[in-house]
Design a protein around this ligand. Structure first.
Ligand code: FE2
Ligand code: FE2
Length: 130
């Protein structure tokens, strides 16, 4: 069961970045799939924790590139990153507070966020810097 589908429109034409984005999507899907397998012990909280760590690491890398290059839209780009990380954190809080977490609905939101972010912010960044 695939949570996020790689789409051709995500491709930025920068192999390293495209690979990293693809790896991120693969990892999200693998974690999500392992949650459904009864013999593994991946819980929603494990999934969200790992997701948060990987996404944060990717963002940190991009933000370093932006800072090192005095990128003109650094603040806006970083704000958009924070928005997704906040979303993941809110969901973890909900889960810990026993609020029902709809992973499928969250998957759709992740998908929408990545589509938009790759297509706009990351595409501009990589056109300017790489
Ligand atoms: Fe990115
Ligand atoms: Fe980004």
């Amino acid at each position: 069961m695939t949570l996020i589908e790689w789409k051709e429109q995500y491709r930025l034409g920068v192999p390293e970045v495209d690979n990293e984005h693809r790896e991120l999507i693969d990892l999200i899907n693998a974690l999500h799939a392992s949650m459904a397998e009864s013999d593994t012990n991946v819980t929603v909280l494990d999934f969200l924790g790992e997701l948060y760590a990987r996404v944060a690491a990717h963002f940190a890398l991009e933000e370093k590139v932006m800072r090192d290059n005095d990128y003109d839209e650094f603040a806006d780009h970083k704000t958009d990153h924070e928005r997704l990380l906040d979303d993941i954190r809110d969901l973890m809080d909900d889960y810990e507070d026993d609020v029902r977490v709809d992973v499928e609905a969250f998957g759709k939101r992740l998908d929408a966020w990545f589509s938009e972010h790759f297509r706009t912010r990351d595409a501009r960044l990589h056109k300017k810097i790489f």
